[in-house]
Write a protein that binds this ligand. Structure first.
Ligand SMILES: Cc1cc2nc3c(=O)[nH]c(=O)nc-3n(C[C@H](O)[C@H](O)[C@H](O)COP(=O)(O)O)c2cc1C
Length: 137
């Protein structure tokens, strides 16, 4: 199986989760400015809520994906209040005909003094454990 990890971050939280997942998958965690140019079975896609939606850059990254190169997307991220960006990401993935795995990783993310320090070490470990389950380690 081939894996890729891409993330979008404004304050660094998603990058920390992405690095934990990429470490398990044996690939580099890269920002979404780096396109997917080779076939992968699973694209782990890290993203978050900003003003109740995913960032437009995440939408255009998904819109630019080649369905012949990406088997499926696995969503991961954190947010301060909302629970999951899954539906927002799936709406974009549906437009390009790329499947979304039902499984995802989500935890709290620090924002303006709320959830200080999160994702913390436990969250990062949980993200790595999630990736291990997916990958079958
Ligand atoms: C500009 C901005 C807007 C945000 N809006 C929301 C929001 O609408 N709902 C929410 O649950 N969290 C919101 N958050 C919190 C982020 O989702 C949370 O801090 C997340 O961990 C950020 O990930 P990042 O550091 O990778 O950008 C917002 C954060 C920022 C910086």
């Amino acid at each position: 199986m081939k894996y890729a990890v891409r993330y979008y971050t404004k304050t660094g939280n998603t990058k920390r989760l992405a690095e934990a997942i990429a470490n398990v998958a044996g690939v580099e965690a890269l920002p979404i400015s780096e396109p997917i140019t080779e076939q992968v079975d699973i694209l782990f896609l890290g993203n978050s809520y900003y003003a109740f939606s995913i960032d437009p850059e995440v939408k255009s990254f998904i819109g630019g994906l080649d369905k012949n190169l990406v088997g499926k997307i696995i969503n991961f991220g954190s947010a301060a209040m909302l629970n999951s960006t899954y539906k927002k990401v799936k709406a974009e993935a549906d437009k390009v005909g790329i499947a979304m795995d039902d499984r995802e990783f989500h935890c709290k993310g620090e924002f303006k003094g709320l959830h200080k320090g999160r994702p913390n070490a436990d969250d990062v470990n949980a993200a790595a454990e999630f990736a291990k389950k997916i990958i079958g380690q």
